[in-house]
Design a binder for this molecule. Structure first.
Ligand SMILES: Nc1nc2c(ncn2[C@@H]2O[C@H](COP(=O)(O)OP(=O)(O)OP(=O)(O)O)[C@@H](O)[C@H]2O)c(=O)[nH]1
Ligand SMILES: [Mg+2]
Length: 679
């Protein structure tokens, strides 16, 4: 395959709103390119792109799936084509972020019924952020009821600019019109077609002296000449071509493939730079540099890393250096995948995507390069998790496998975080949505045979005081021989902001001898671990010991420790104690029509509005909401907005839980303590 020059390599990622037809388009491409005998279909579970059990069961894409194919054009020119189909669900957005960094161009699928949606905007923005300049649109779903090509184009232009221009139009049923190729147009669209083509030809002619001469002489420019003139406009983002395709009917597929090959730039046009800003030329003879954009776990092969070759030529058995970690690696086999099918490759050059099985210690986002290289590609920031679930292994056997299962999850999804919370003693999986967590739990079972149950995580509450309280404990025990004696008086109050000195000894006259003070402090410290309200850790308090008494023979460290701890509990319960809860700042992005529903719902969640803004045609609501109210929020937001809303959140501070709710939590905690004591 590598006798194809870099100029004839193309590399696309297919992006778009969920359900906009990305995978259906990918299946149509794969079939047209001869990779499958029959066209795969998402609904029938035969898609070559949504081929994993998770994707087949849910009929949605979960992973970024690449494939490599060759296209022979009528003129005898052969293209080496790489595609990466991506998931539209926000839950799997991490996969999209890898794909946009690995591709030279983005094809954004826009469904002709739904038009421009939140996911369309997100795709565009992700490309902007990743510096992926060459973008185009494929209008899909034209065979559906209420589909409109013209309205879809209008919406695309209204959102992304008038330099989004159709290069194809829908024709008679079962036909499309390739504006560059067609010499004449059907009457129904002639005026529109002539106008668009005229503008495209003019734009193309302006890029080249010979073309402009031909154009001014009134000569007809050939399709390839027009395309050649337009490639640079696509490469530098002054033209975003719009294609039309009816993938389920096989209409427009060949024309779209042909169009994207001639209008989109080759890998030497997307400028990759290392993290020091040095450009990396797409030279097949240069030392190898590649980006790992996805790590997968394959049932048979184990770990597979998908690599986008940026420079050099990768060959089997090549020694490699992971320049991100410094680890030495060895490329064993190079493989290309289409669905479950894997075929060996003997070389991969700039622009190609190849899978490397069984690397030792290499993961998504890292750079692989020739030994001795110092080239490292810039890191990309991943979105923060918004949906949390506590997981519990069902049996001891499952518990033993839990560690490996969780590690495999984070390898495949760098957007998943695992937290072992010492306060709540729970293992919490954090992901980008409820579907993400659900997929994760299934994968733990299917890949690692670990069955886990999930539950809403416990909130890591804290406790503090709002007033001053005095407490006392006299610990006295006479058990045969030597007794135990220690008496402590202390005061608890809020710790003034900015101060750290929390334990103050105000004893005068040796009421408690100095050598027992550390024991009192230890006791108070123990008291801080379980506050007086509901047994949660106490923060931001100052403790002053001011009096006490001792016994020459019976006083001991143990006795003063116990007295300190109990006196603290006594004082805290009188110092207007409160329960504190984590408060998150959330940023919710929704189309205007859902504003009322979303803000109303936030009120029910004890949310406090901080502001509203417009960004990219959408409303952005900023609010503070207690974490306890957000555990199921992503499903709620999806149902409130029909999947059009998105949100992000971060921990801002701890704040006082309203007393009614605090009472319930305290009662719950007391019940739990009794159960534990009895158990
Ligand atoms: N009628 C019609 N249905 C389509 C078309 N394209 C896709 N569909 C259907 O729409 C549904 C979603 O299609 P997919 O190809 O899975 O969409 P997707 O964008 O890959 O979805 P995600 O990957 O989950 O974001 C499936 O039921 C497809 O059969 C089309 O052009 N016409
Ligand atoms: Mg899909």
């Amino acid at each position: 395959m590598k006798n194809i020059p870099v100029a004839d390599v193309r590399n696309f990622t297919i992006l778009g709103h969920s359900g906009s037809g990305k995978t259906t388009l990918t299946d149509a491409f794969a079939y047209k390119l001869g990779l499958t005998d029959r066209q795969g279909a998402v609904d029938a579970g035969t898609s070559v792109s949504d081929y994993t059990d998770e994707e087949k069961a849910r009929k949605i894409s979960v992973f970024a799936s690449p494939f490599l194919a060759e296209l022979a054009t009528g003129s005898g020119r052969r293209f080496d084509l790489n595609f990466i189909d991506t998931p539209g669900y926000m839950d799997f957005y991490g996969q999209v972020m890898g794909a946009v960094r690995a591709a030279d161009a983005a094809l954004i699928a826009v469904d002709a019924v739904g038009g421009v949606q939140v996911g369309t905007n997100r795709a565009w923005k992700t490309c902007q952020e990743a510096g992926l300049v060459a973008r185009g649109f494929v209008v899909t779903g034209l065979d559906r009821d209420n589909a409109s090509f013209d309205k879809t184009v209008e919406a695309i232009q209204a959102t992304f600019g008038s330099n989004c221009v159709p290069v194809m139009l829908p024709g008679a049923p079962g036909e499309v019109i390739d504006l560059l190729d067609a010499k004449s147009f059907p009457d129904a669209v002639a005026a529109q077609a002539e106008a668009i083509k005229g503008a495209l030809v003019e734009q193309a002619a302006a890029t080249d002296d010979t073309l402009i001469e031909k154009f001014l002489n009134g000569d007809t420019l050939e399709a390839d000449e027009i395309a050649k003139g337009l490639v640079n406009a696509v490469a530098d983002g002054t033209l975003y071509p719009i294609f039309v395709c009816l993938p389920l009917k096989g209409v427009g597929v060949a024309e779209t493939l042909n169009g994207i090959c001639r209008l989109f730039p080759s890998p030497d046009k997307r400028v990759f730079a290392d993290d020091a800003g040095t450009t990396i030329a797409a030279d097949p003879a240069a030392p190898f540099v590649g980006l790992v954009f996805r790590t997968a776990i394959d049932t048979f092969v184990g770990q597979i890393n998908y690599v986008r070759v940026i420079a050099g030529t990768l060959k089997p058995q090549m020694e490699l250096l992971n320049t991100t970690t410094g680890a030495k690696e060895m490329a064993g086999m190079l493989i290309t995948t289409i669905g479950k099918k894997q075929s060996p490759l003997d070389a991969a050059g700039p622009g190609d995507i190849v899978a490397l099985p069984k690397l030792k210690d290499t993961h998504t986002g890292q750079t692989l390069a020739a030994p001795g290289s110092t080239c490292r590609l810039p890191k990309f920031a991943l979105p923060q998790p918004v949906h949390f679930a506590a997981v519990t292994a069902r049996t001891q056997v499952d518990e033993d496998k839990l560690g490996v299962a969780l590690a495999r999850l984070t390898e495949q999804f760098p957007t998943i975080q695992i937290e072992r919370n010492v306060e709540t003693k729970e293992v919490v999986i954090k992901g980008l949505g409820d579907v993400h967590i659900d997929v994760a739990v299934h994968l733990m079972k299917s890949q690692s045979n670990a069955t886990v149950d999930t539950s809403v995580p416990k909130v890591a509450y804290r406790e503090s005081v709002t007033g001053t309280g005095e407490g006392h404990h006299r610990h006295k025990k006479q058990t045969g021989g030597r007794g135990q004696f220690g008496e402590v008086y202390l005061r608890v109050m809020p710790l003034p902001a900015g101060e750290t000195d929390w334990f103050v000894n105000k004893i005068v006259g040796g009421a408690i001898p100095g050598n027992f003070i550390p024991a009192v402090e230890k006791g108070v410290h123990e008291g801080l671990l379980a506050g007086a309200v509901a047994g949660y850790p106490v923060q931001n308090v100052r403790v002053e010991i001011y009096d006490g008494s001792y016994h020459d023979v019976d006083s001991s460290e143990v006795a003063f420790k116990i007295a300190g701890s109990r006196a603290f509990r006594d004082a805290m319960s009188k110092a207007k104690p409160v329960l504190l809860e984590p408060i998150m700042t959330v940023r919710i992005t929704v189309p205007d029509t859902f504003m009322g529903a979303v803000t109303g719902d936030l009120n029910h969640r004890r949310g406090r509005m901080l502001g509203m803004d417009m960004a990219d045609g959408l409303q952005v609501i900023t609010a503070e909401v207690p974490m306890a109210e957000l555990f199921q929020y992503c499903a709620q937001l999806r149902s409130l907005t029909g999947g059009q809303g998105g949100f992000e959140m971060e921990l801002t501070r701890y704040d006082i839980v309203p007393s009614q709710i605090a009472q319930k939590i305290a009662a719950e905690a007391a019940k739990h303590r009794v159960e534990q004591d009895e158990g």
